[in-house]
Design a protein around this ligand. Structure first.
Ligand SMILES: Cc1cc2nc3c(=O)[nH]c(=O)nc-3n(C[C@H](O)[C@H](O)[C@H](O)COP(=O)(O)O)c2cc1C
Length: 210
């Protein structure tokens, strides 16, 4: 399959140094808000890359559930493949792509488990069916479909008429941002790229060549 002629012209908007926020968190919030307002499907989806225990990079989509202080937060199973990677090496990378806006955001940071109270708060805010599925699924481990559905049935019975028990193997990760790049597609491949890197308590902002 020859895809060399599949190309795009990016001419929607421009990203200027003078209108960039000094705080990358505020810049990220501004772009995220715009993507949500524009009703972009999965506006909060990001590709999370970890370093696998075998040395290979591994990536998968997660949903960013909060942007706070200088971190982004996602939730997952603490026994999953990604969690095992993070336990060995907590340096991760996140990539958000809003194709409808010709925008990409690249984040590198360090992942730390969220405080249990925050994980519990989010867990119990989810529909009961999702809570049960989260408990039933030993994420990233080999499973038979029947076995999974049977487990869901058993849990529904176990928790009938009661609150679901919070699973200790499930929760959030706060990814503390070390560097973040905002990419805006521009005509003729002259894209705007601005990278923020931590400089003590401040952020250093550089334009990168496209
Ligand atoms: C749109 C979308 C959103 C997803 N959101 C999450 C999420 O927030 N947390 C999560 O653990 N997995 C999420 N997944 C599933 C992951 O991509 C992945 O299959 C799962 O986490 C297992 O990854 P691992 O084996 O690398 O740990 C999502 C997948 C898609 C396509």
């Amino acid at each position: 399959m020859d895809l060399k002629k599949v190309g795009q012209q990016y001419e929607r908007q421009e990203l200027k140094r003078e209108t960039l926020k000094e705080s990358p968190i505020e810049q990220l919030e501004e772009w995220m808000q715009l993507a949500i307002t524009a009703k972009i499907p999965y506006a909060n989806a990001a590709n999370l890359a970890t370093v696998g225990t075998d040395g290979f990079p591994k990536s998968r989509i997660i949903l960013i559930k909060e942007i706070k202080d200088s971190s982004v937060v996602f939730f997952t199973n603490y026994n999953s493949a990604k969690a095992q990677d993070i336990a060995k090496n907590n340096k991760v990378s996140l990539n958000i792509y809003w194709k409808e806006l010709d925008r990409q955001v690249r984040i590198t940071g360090t992942a730390k488990k969220s405080p249990v109270e925050e994980s519990k708060e989010y867990f119990f805010s989810r529909p009961r069916e999702s809570q049960i599925s989260a408990i039933a699924s030993d994420q990233s481990h080999i499973v038979e479909k029947e076995e999974l559905y049977q487990k869901v049935k058993e849990l529904e019975k176990k928790f009938e008429g009661k609150d679901v028990e919070f699973p200790s193997f499930w929760g959030g990760y706060n990814v503390e941002i070390e560097s973040i790049e905002f990419w805006q597609g521009r005509p003729n491949r002259l894209h705007d790229r601005f990278q923020y890197t931590k400089d003590g308590a401040n952020w250093k902002i550089d334009r990168l060549a496209p």
